[in-house]
Design a protein around this ligand. Structure first.
Ligand SMILES: Cc1cc2nc3c(=O)[nH]c(=O)nc-3n(C[C@H](O)[C@H](O)[C@H](O)COP(=O)(O)OP(=O)(O)OC[C@H]3O[C@@H](n4cnc5c(N)ncnc54)[C@H](O)[C@@H]3O)c2cc1C
Length: 432
C-alpha cells in the first residue's frame, strides 16, 4: 500500500503495519513531517474542535480582515477553486450545519486523543507532550457572552470544561499573572493535550519501520493510474509503483492528484504561520496551550520552546513568509508572556492546512475500489492523527472501526464529488 508521510499518512502507516499489512510510504521530502506537520501550534485539542464555518462568521470575517494584527488574510486571486471553496464554506455558516460539523469533528478528535494516550502507554513514545488542557482566552465580555452554543455542544457531547475568572486563569497559567488585567475570562478544556507533531511523526515513522514498513523518501508522486474501477499504479519520478490498496494522504495536494481521476475533493490550502521561541524564563512562560480568541493565535509550551501559531490566509499554494504575519505572532506572545521567551531568536515557518469547507476531514473509502482517502484535516490534523490512523487500519483490514464513520467520507459532498466527473475521467498528469 502507498501513501505520504505527513502526520496523517505516517499514523495510517503505523497502525496498518501493526495490523500485519505490508506497507510502503512514498513522500517527496527527505524525511517525515517536513511540510504542514512540521511546526504547527502543537495542540491536541478535541475540546477545541470546531469548524471555522459558523453562524456569525461572515460578519466576523469582515472585522478580522480590517484588524491590524488580522487573523484572516485573503489575497484576491483568479482561482475558481478558492472562490468555490469560499462559497461552500459560507453555505456551512448556519446554526444547523455548525452543530452537525462540530459533532463529527468532536467524534473523531475525542477518539483520536484516546488513541494517542493508548499509543503512549503501549510504546512510550515521547514528543515534548503535556496533558494540561487548553485555555481559550477572551479579552472582552462580548466574546464570553457568545460562548453559549459551544458550551451547549460540549455539554451534550460530554466534553469536560470549566469557565474561569482572572484568578482561575492565573492558577492554571501562572505566567499570565502580570497580564491578567487584559482578560475578561476563559474557557478551560482540561482534557486537551499538547506536543510536538514533528517529533511525534518522526518517531512514529521509525516505529513503523521497525515493525516492517518501508519509507521511500525523496520520491515525487506524479499521477495515479486507473483501470476500470481500480487504481493500478502510482507514477513517480522513481518509476511506476504498484500495490493492491492505496491510501492518499497528500494534505493540501490531494485535490490535484485526484482531479484527473474525476474525484472532486473540496480541500483547499489555508496558509498558516508559526514562530518557535526559545524560553528565557520558564516561570513566565505558558504551561500548556493558550488560545487568544481575539487574534485567533495559539501559544503552546513545547519543552523549552514556545510555539505560537495562527493566521488563516487564502493565497493558493504560495509558501512565502510575510513579515507582517510574523509581527502578529510576536505581538501576541509578548503581549501575553512579555518575559517568557526571546522572539528575536524565533524560527519562522509557514504551512498549508488542508481544509474542507465544513472543517471535517475526509476519511474512508472512495468510489474507486482500492483507493482510500485520509486528508482534509485542516486546523486539526495533529489532534485527529492517531484516531485517523486507527480507523483507516480497521477499515482496510475489514474490521468495524470503533467509532462511526458516518459523515466523515467524501460521500457527504454528494454524487458530484464522490463519483467520476463527466469530463475528468482521463489520466492527465497532475503537478504537485
Ligand atoms: C500554523 C498552523 C498551526 C496548526 N496548529 C495545529 C494544532 O495546534 N493542532 C492540530 O491538530 N493541527 C494544527 N494544524 C493543522 C495540522 O498541522 C495539519 O492538519 C496536518 O499537519 C496535516 O497533516 P497531513 O499529513 O494531512 O499533511 P502534510 O503534513 O502536509 O503531509 C502531506 C505529505 O504529502 C507529501 N506530498 C505531497 N504531495 C506529494 C507528491 N506529489 N509526491 C510525494 N509526496 C507528496 C508531502 O511531502 C507531505 O509530507 C496547524 C496547521 C498550521 C499551518
Amino acid at each position: 500500500m502507498y501513501w505520504c508521510s505527513g502526520v496523517i499518512g505516517t499514523s495510517v502507516a503505523y497502525y496498518l503495519t501493526r495490523a500485519g499489512h505490508e506497507v510502503t510510504v512514498v513522500d517527496r521530502q527527505p524525511g517525515a513531517a517536513l511540510e504542514t506537520s512540521y511546526a504547527n501550534a502543537g495542540e491536541v485539542s478535541p475540546g477545541y474542535s470546531a469548524p471555522w464555518a459558523g453562524p456569525g462568521v461572515p460578519l466576523k470575517a469582515i472585522k478580522w480582515l480590517l484588524m491590524q494584527h488580522r487573523p484572516l488574510v485573503i489575497k484576491p486571486m483568479l482561482d475558481p477553486a478558492m472562490w468555490r471553496w469560499c462559497l461552500q464554506m459560507l453555505a456551512n455558516c448556519t446554526d444547523g450545519a455548525y452543530r452537525v460539523n462540530k459533532g463529527r469533528m468532536l467524534r473523531l478528535a475525542e477518539y483520536s486523543r484516546d488513541c494517542l494516550r493508548a499509543l503512549r502507554d503501549e510504546t512510550g513514545i515521547r514528543y515534548d507532550e503535556r496533558a494540561q488542557g487548553t485555555l481559550q482566552l477572551f479579552r472582552t465580555q462580548q466574546q464570553l457572552d457568545g460562548l453559549g452554543k459551544d458550551v451547549e455542544i460540549l455539554r451534550q457531547s460530554g466534553v469536560p470544561f470549566e469557565l474561569l475568572d482572572r484568578d482561575g486563569i492565573v492558577k492554571v497559567e501562572p505566567g499570565l499573572a502580570s497580564t491578567q488585567h487584559k482578560f475578561a475570562g476563559a474557557l478551560r478544556l482540561p482534557g486537551d493535550e499538547t506536543g510536538d507533531c514533528f517529533t511525534f511523526t518522526q518517531r512514529l515513522a521509525k516505529m513503523a519501520q521497525d515493525l516492517g514498513a518501508t519509507f521511500r523518501f525523496g520520491v515525487d508522486i506524479q499521477r495515479l493510474e486507473k483501470s476500470g474501477e481500480r487504481i493500478t499504479g502510482v507514477h513517480t519520478d522513481a518509476g511506476l509503483l504498484t500495490a493492491d490498496q492505496y491510501v492518499l494522504a497528500l494534505g493540501s495536494y490531494s485535490t490535484r492528484m485526484l482531479a484527473p481521476l474525476g474525484l472532486r475533493l473540496p480541500v483547499y490550502p489555508v496558509k498558516g504561520f508559526s514562530i518557535t521561541v526559545p524560553i528565557t524564563d520558564a516561570s513566565c512562560a505558558p504551561e500548556s496551550t493558550i488560545m487568544d480568541e481575539t487574534h485567533k493565535v495559539a501559544v503552546t509550551r513545547l519543552g523549552d520552546r514556545i510555539r505560537v501559531g495562527g493566521t488563516a490566509q487564502l493565497s493558493g499554494f504560495d509558501l512565502s513568509l510575510a513579515d507582517a504575519r510574523r509581527r502578529t505572532l510576536e505581538h501576541v506572545v509578548t503581549d501575553l508572556f512579555p518575559r517568557g521567551g526571546d522572539v528575536s531568536r524565533a524560527e519562522f515557518w509557514t504551512g498549508l492546512r488542508p481544509m474542507t469547507p465544513d472543517g471535517t476531514p475526509i476519511v474512508g473509502a472512495t468510489s474507486i475500489d482500492n483507493l482510500f482517502l485520509s486528508t482534509g484535516h485542516g486546523t486539526l490534523g495533529w489532534t485527529m492523527a492517531a484516531g485517523t490512523g486507527r480507523v483507516m487500519a480497521d477499515l482496510i483490514s475489514g474490521r468495524e472501526p470503533e467509532i462511526s464513520l458516518e459523515g466523515l467520507g467524501l460521500a457527504r459532498y454528494g454524487r458530484a464529488a464522490a463519483t467520476r466527473a463527466a469530463a475528468g475521467g482521463g489520466l492527465r498528469p497532475a503537478r504537485a
